[in-house]
Ligand binder design. Structure first.
Ligand SMILES: [Zn+2]
Length: 466
């Protein structure tokens, strides 16, 4: 492992900025102070800002193959279209995981939580492929294989009707067996590869699946992940299914806790918010996806006031349609200025940076190791070029980064002290080759029709009163 010292670099401190040297030894931050001894390689930090790496705390990498083309639909119908055209080739999974990692790193993220869609019948191969891609790039990976044990029509409220749903193609036990095998083969936190338990959400999962996931999480010390109350339809469905809110139900079955992160959380009651605070669960805010799918605006300022940890995600590129973490952070902070009158609670750029870094680490229960520039923490670092046109003229560096439209501003990035980006270029993979592969394996498309959307749309419109 190469030791290094970043010299004369700007960092954020309590009441502004300071120029310091940052020593990294054996992958950890060893010292932060002005004019300290050079250890290892010298890195020029002049006119650059150093921040802890952000977490892209919720995404689905293989959705990259359908970005830009998904119809303008709400989640339940959008999902049907998504699955009708889902990539079924592990090579595509590999390339989109590379692409997700690259775009995340280029926008300040050093960790990614990939709620990974599994190719039916090739589940372990899908996971192995994503692991291979993330190891090649060198991003810190939290792979959360997306599982369910109910078929897609069960994810909609039934309203007055008494629907019969097709059974899911794979049993709950077989699904859990796949996850346990993935843990045995791939869960290597010390090497930057983590497996999470990640039932997709209450809309498509039985209590048995949640219980099995909790059990695996306890046995192997795994973090837990899930979607939660993304849409109004899911709020209705929870009441039909459980006779209480989804949050109350998840608490009852013991899924919540300080290792649990929950994507979206748009439709929660005040009582639900109190439960998230009490259980120390984390909310992953995916504002672009929520806007794109018309899901709603999550009450993020209420969460923060209640003491709930909040961090940011891009969500999959089919509902975003990019993986620009800085964009998600910007929209995710200023969006709430229109929903909450009291400006004293509006999110400042400095708070947004803390949510994206320390907030992400808290959500994965590793805040003791990551998420801030602190001596002893692992060196997941990003160096921003403050002479870039999009960050000029010189005012407040973090204000420019969060509220501006930063373009190609990442000069260097390290994960666990290993340099991934140097002078704005990846040192680990060839991004031009990746670009060429993504180009060659796709084509311009103007129209396509989802059969499943056509089948389920009338029912959706009825139960949603449209
Ligand atoms: Zn998602």
């Amino acid at each position: 492992m190469v030791n290094f010292t970043i010299q004369d670099v700007l960092i954020a401190v309590e009441d502004g900025y300071a120029t310091v040297d940052v020593q990294v030894v054996d992958g950890k931050i060893a010292a932060i102070a002005p004019n300290i001894e050079l250890i290892g390689t010298a890195i020029d930090g002049k006119n650059k800002l150093l921040l802890p790496g952000f977490f892209n705390a919720h995404t689905h990498s293989s959705e990259m193959w359908q970005r830009g083309i998904m119809s303008v639909l709400p989640l339940e119908l959008w999902l049907a279209e998504l699955y009708d055209f889902a990539p079924l080739d592990p090579e595509q999974v590999y390339l989109s995981a590379l692409g997700t990692a690259v775009e995340t790193l280029f926008s300040g993220g050093t960790s990614v939580v990939d709620h990974l869609v599994l190719i039916p019948g090739q589940e372990l191969e899908t996971i192995a492929t994503a692991v291979r891609a993330y190891r090649e790039v060198g991003i810190r990976a939290f792979i959360a294989p997306l599982i369910q044990d109910e078929s897609i029509t069960a994810g909609m409220p039934s309203g007055e009707s008494t629907p019969i749903h097709e059974p899911y193609f794979r049993s709950t036990a077989a699904t859990l067996e796949i996850i346990e095998e993935a843990v045995r083969q791939f869960h290597r936190p010390e090497e930057g590869v983590n497996i999470l338990v990640a039932p997709t959400g209450i809309q498509l999962c039985t209590d048995a699946l949640f219980a099995g996931c909790s059990e695996l999480s306890d046995r192997y010390h795994l973090c837990r992940h899930s979607h939660l109350l993304e849409t109004k339809a899911q709020e209705k469905l929870a009441l039909e299914k459980y006779g209480c809110t989804a949050v109350a139900h998840l608490q009852r079955i013991g899924y919540l806790g300080d290792r649990t992160s929950l994507a979206h959380c748009v439709w929660l009651t005040d009582a639900d918010i109190a439960i998230l605070a009490e259980t120390q669960s984390t909310v992953v805010h995916n504002p672009l996806s929520n806007l794109r799918l018309g899901s709603g605006i999550a009450p993020i300022l209420k969460y923060r006031q209640a003491g709930v940890n909040v961090t940011f995600g891009c969500d999959g590129a089919s509902s975003n349609d990019s993986q620009d973490l800085l964009e998600a952070i910007k929209i995710g902070s200023i969006l709430h200025n229109v929903t909450d009158l009291d400006y004293q609670y509006w999110i400042t750029p400095q708070q947004a940076v803390e949510m994206a870094s320390l907030g992400g680490a808290k959500g994965l229960n590793i805040a003791d190791k990551l998420g801030s520039l602190s001596v002893g923490k692992q060196a997941d670092l990003v160096l921003y070029d403050l002479t870039n046109l999009s960050l000029l003229p010189r005012t407040d560096p973090i204000g420019l980064l969060v509220l501006g439209r930063p373009t190609n501003v990442v000069a260097s990035a390290w994960v666990n002290g290993k340099q991934i980006i140097s002078n704005g270029q990846f040192t680990t993979i060839n991004v031009d080759e990746l670009r060429q592969e993504l180009f060659n394996r796709s084509q311009w498309e103007t129209s396509r029709k989802s059969q499943t959307v056509a089948q389920i749309e009338p029912h959706y419109r009825t139960v949603m009163g449209l």
